[in-house]
Ligand binder design. Structure first.
Ligand SMILES: NC(=O)C1=CN([C@@H]2O[C@H](COP(=O)(O)OP(=O)(O)OC[C@H]3O[C@@H](n4cnc5c(N)ncnc54)[C@H](O)[C@@H]3O)[C@@H](O)[C@H]2O)C=CC1
Ligand SMILES: O=C(O)CCC(=O)C(=O)O
Length: 409
């Protein structure tokens, strides 16, 4: 089992929001036994305390890792987002402290696509309203306002991993698919990319949103865009709550311009299952409301647990940063018979030559070296003979621009 500079049993792993047991099992199997597990998110104050002595933290979408949290997390080595979105993490605050952030970009995509597909059918048949009436003892046996999805147009905004899977599934049901994306994307099947969001809004019977939370996607669907949708169309949002102005959506649903909506994500979401969900969409009959569970299937959570814990363990044991979302990516081989120095530094001119000068002046023989940089940070990895590693580590810590460094035995 690979050794880190610190005894693995002392490396605290903080896991929040009930990440799947597969993550716990993986850490334990790799020798990381100091695991603090919380089935829910923590309050801000509790988070600040719990993260103080944590080396790794695993979160889902609720926990906000802000500048203040990073400032308190003096020992933090890496972050694992057990989900796709990383908008809940101040990625820059992590980067400048030399903390890579990992996520699971694929594992729950199918779950989201399946949910959206089901919702689309439910909305086109007016099921939310009919079901509610049945629960109250009513009986609306009527075809009025009910349609097959076959032959209708689905407009997908954001044709990435989720949007493109949804496209394939929807075509199998006989829908015509169009999509809008800021990047030119290869169409799946017979789908067709349109040039503007307005074009998509004007043509679609159902619009489904699958963009990440970015400055450019914030409130991108407001009264103006909703007004451009076809009368009687439906809106589905399982992306992020910041993409849709929820009050504007409530207005167009009340006015009858849109026939229905299915919303999984909200501008403000309850911190825990015990808190009240407040939304202007509550009590609207033609709306399916779900508590941010697009990716919450047992299959997805199990896979995410494995995927993200493996990325964290690999970084801890071997230094590999492949697929980090904010950090220079370095894929490293095993280092049998050598000790490995990891040096994270500000990306300023001359650091690499200074690293090599220091190693050379200390008589340290380098057997291999790897480097990647991004606009802010450089990550250099040096494999050296065992007897020199502590001496080399001390020397490297003094190099100007050093953010942090560690050694793997
Ligand atoms: N409801 C839930 O439980 C879940 C929600 N999500 C959300 O779904 C989002 C999308 O996931 P993926 O498809 O995996 O992401 P992705 O990164 O594969 O795809 C996003 C697509 O959006 C496009 N895009 C970016 N800005 C755009 C803009 N202004 N207009 C149009 N297109 C734009 C990108 O070019 C890309 O093709 C995630 O970022 C996450 O926030 C993801 C998983 C579960
Ligand atoms: O399951 C979660 O906690 C969040 C899912 C999500 O929104 C994501 O993967 O980005």
């Amino acid at each position: 089992m690979p050794k880190t500079s610190l005894d693995k049993s002392k490396i605290k792993i903080l896991l929040l929001e009930g990440v799947h047991q597969t993550a716990v099992d993986n850490f334990k199997a790799s020798g990381y036994t100091n695991i603090e597990y919380h089935p829910k998110s923590l309050s801000e104050a509790d988070l600040l305390t719990a993260i103080e002595d944590a080396y790794f933290v695993g979160i889902r979408s609720r926990t906000q890792l802000t500048e203040e949290v990073f400032a308190a997390a003096k020992k933090l080595v890496a972050v694992g987002c057990f989900c796709i979105g990383t908008n809940q993490v101040e990625l820059y605050s992590a980067l400048i402290r030399g903390i890579p952030v990992f996520n699971a970009p694929y594992s729950n995509t199918r779950s989201v696509a399946e949910l959206v597909l089901g919702e689309m059918i439910m909305l086109m048949r007016g099921i939310p309203h009919k079901s509610r009436e049945c629960h109250k003892g009513g009986w609306i046996k009527s075809a009025e306002g009910s349609y097959e999805v076959r032959g209708k147009t689905l407009g997908i905004v954001g044709y990435g991993n989720i949007g493109s899977q949804l496209s394939v599934l929807a075509e199998a049901l006989g829908l015509k698919v169009i999509y809008y994306d800021v990047v030119t994307k290869l169409a799946m099947g017979n789908a067709h990319q349109v040039d503007t969001l307005d074009e998509l809004l004007a043509q679609s019977d159902v619009v489904s949103l699958h963009v990440p939370e970015l400055n450019s996607t914030k409130w991108m669907i407001a009264a103006e865009q909703l007004g451009k949708m076809k009368a009687g169309a439906h809106l589905i949002n399982a992306s992020r709550g910041s993409v849709v102005v929820i009050e504007d959506l409530a207005d167009v649903l009340k006015s009858g311009h849109l026939a229905g909506a299915a919303i999984d994500v909200f501008p403000v979401e309850p911190r825990s299952n015990d808190d009240e969900f407040v939304s202007p969409l509550r009590d609207l009959d033609n709306v399916i409301l779900t508590p941010h569970i697009g990716g919450s299937t047992l299959e997805a959570q199990e896979n995410i647990g494995k995927e993200v814990s493996e990325k964290l363990i690999r970084y801890s044991d071997n230094g590999t940063t492949t697929f980090a979302v904010n950090f220079p990516e370095v894929a490293l081989p095993a280092h049998p018979g050598k000790h490995r120095l990891l040096h994270i530094h500000e990306n300023i001119p001359g650091v690499l030559s200074e690293v090599n000068r220091v190693l050379s002046e200390n008589g340290i023989n380098v057997s291999s070296q790897y480097l990647q940089t991004n606009e802010k940070v450089g990550y250099v990895v040096v494999d050296v003979d065992r007897e020199y590693s502590q001496q080399a580590l001390e020397a490297l810590k003094n190099v100007k621009g050093t953010v942090r460094s560690r050694v793997l035995f």
